[in-house]
Design a protein around this ligand. Structure first.
Ligand code: PMP
Length: 503
């Protein structure tokens, strides 16, 4: 059972019927609104898209999703209930009924219910709050105050068009499967790119992945036994995904200060938990924005060296410095091949290209490549082609300079807004790069309720409990996504909501 996992409070996995973005009223239709809605629900149920047992979202949420008032929804649901298509269960919300539209129970009942299967796979579901964010990010009109990707306007649309035009100007190579480690051209380009941050890595030590996220998944599946423990910063991005937990790996969170992970606790915790690895985001940490200072990096390498503890270094944000470059990555200090290093094009150039990489010793890279071949036969060859040109053509370097300028302006605006509206409510630090400000509330708050209240006001939040389950006093704010106008509207509104709650 998932709920037995020490990291996860029961995330009872009740699939919700999702109307998100699919339904819109048809002004030309002769049918009244409630009939249009019931017709839409009936089509979903009778096609099996919403199978028996699936739960409908709470009425308030359905009204929000459909953009209708309560009485319209209740009338529409009444029609479904009359036909026996849905049924209410005490405490269990409204579900699609097992009885079909013709009023008969499924005769032979060869197949019970998909719900019986949905919790059986080995991969954990996302946290319900993460599932909600993943859906809501595509809902128009919401101000995304915590989103961890550059706004579309910050992504290099024109330059990427040029890259693709350059590729199209010559005959395209056949889009075959690539080598297990990824396209040689892209690995060479990544190798040259890594040198800029002091990492010397041959193309044979680089595996191209579908984003850094896949790198995490491959490492969890390929290198760590079930039941093993990894040490990590607390809070951490890793708590918000389930790549490691799904592979049966446990976490032990270590405290941080403004200089990064506190190295003093590593040895005792590594011995106590028999840790198999240490995961860290030393530069522009997600979610706190903290940079591990140079001395701390040295100490970390020494202590883990004595323990023989491998390190997984996540460099997703390291090139996004805004003031001065961060100290060299841990991989640049590694003389024993003890550090695995993750990189990605997602945070600066294109999240949708799905191109990342793992750098490590050749046998490790080959082992992970073998699992990748079994998983997806490699990242998209078209994406790899574009990424190689993007890096080799100097586009990346040029784009980074522009992006840094825009992120600096956005950081400035957010800091001004925080200064104006949050001084009574919270503290924060000025991030030297990346996207995030870790807002530390003076008083703890029920963060799930804050999330809902903010959502009702049109604000989408990434609350601290996603990155540290027990947290009740932080928000991860991002200056990378919402526009200047949205930040100027959204942050005062958020301050108002928090103010009301702490009274
Ligand atoms: N690592 C960190 C620290 C991240 O914040 C993210 C994205 N949120 C990733 C890895 C994964 O990014 P991608 O798969 O898009 O490269």
């Amino acid at each position: 059972m998932r709920s037995e996992h020490p990291l996860d409070p029961p995330a009872s996995f009740s699939p919700l019927a999702d109307t998100q973005g699919e339904w819109a009223p048809d002004p030309a239709s002769p049918l009244p609104l409630h009939r249009q809605i019931s017709a839409y629900f009936i089509a979903k149920i009778s096609s099996g898209s919403w199978p028996p047992g699936i739960r409908l979202a709470p009425q308030r949420e359905l009204c929000r999703q459909l953009g209708v008032n309560r009485s319209t929804l209740v009338t529409a649901l009444g029609v479904l209930a009359e036909r026996g298509l849905i049924e209410g269960r005490r405490g269990g919300g409204t579900r699609v009924a097992a009885v079909q539209a013709n009023g008969k129970a499924d005769a032979a009942k060869p197949f019970g219910n998909w719900n019986d299967y949905l919790e059986e796979g080995t991969h954990y579901p996302n946290l319900p709050a993460v599932q909600a964010i993943n859906r809501l990010e595509y809902e128009p009109g919401l101000i995304r105050l915590g989103t961890g990707e550059p706004a579309p306007g910050l992504l290099p649309g024109a330059a990427m068009t040029r890259v693709l035009a350059e590729l199209a100007a010559r005959p395209l190579p056949p889009l075959s499967y690539e080598e297990p480690l990824g396209s040689p051209a892209l690995r060479s380009a990544v190798s040259r790119e890594l040198l800029k941050s002091g990492i010397q890595a041959d193309p044979a030590s680089i595996l191209i992945t579908s984003g850094a996220l896949q790198g995490l998944q491959l490492i969890a599946l390929g290198l760590l036994p079930r039941g093993s423990t990894i040490l990590l910063e607390k809070p951490s991005y890793l708590y918000s995904i389930h790549a490691f937990q799904s592979a049966g790996v446990k976490f032990s969170g270590l405290p941080m200060d403004q200089g990064g992970l506190l190295t003093g606790c590593i040895a005792a915790e590594a011995l106590r938990t028999k840790a198999a690895m240490l995961y860290t985001i030393p530069s522009f940490h997600n979610p706190t924005g903290i940079v591990m200072d140079g001395e701390r990096r040295q100490t970390l390498m020494e202590i883990t060296g004595e323990l023989g503890l491998p390190i997984l270094e996540d460099g997703a944000y390291q090139e996004l410095w805004l003031d001065t470059p961060p100290p060299p990555p841990l991989k640049a200090l590694d003389r024993e091949g003890r550090v695995l290093h993750l990189g990605t094009l997602s945070k600066a150039a294109s999240p949708g290209l799905r191109i990342g990489w793992i750098v490590g010793p050749e046998p490790v890279i080959r082992r992970l490549a073998d699992i990748k071949m079994q998983t997806d036969y490699g990242a998209s060859s078209l994406s790899q082609l574009a990424a190689a040109r993007w890096l080799d053509g100097g586009y990346h370097e040029e784009h980074l300079a522009v992006l840094r300028g825009k992120l600096r302006e956005r950081r400035e605006l957010m800091l001004q807004l925080l200064q104006a509206h949050f001084t009574e409510l919270a503290t924060w630090s000025i991030p030297a790069g990346g996207f995030y400000i870790w807002l530390s509330l003076h008083q703890p708050l029920p963060l799930r309720r804050l999330f809902t209240a903010a959502l009702e006001a049109g604000l989408l939040l990434n609350t601290g409990d996603l990155y540290d389950r027990g947290d009740s006093r932080h928000l991860r704010l991002s200056y990378a996504y919402a526009s200047h106008e949205e930040l100027s509207r959204g942050l005062p509104a958020l301050a108002g909501i928090i103010q009301q709650r702490v009274k």
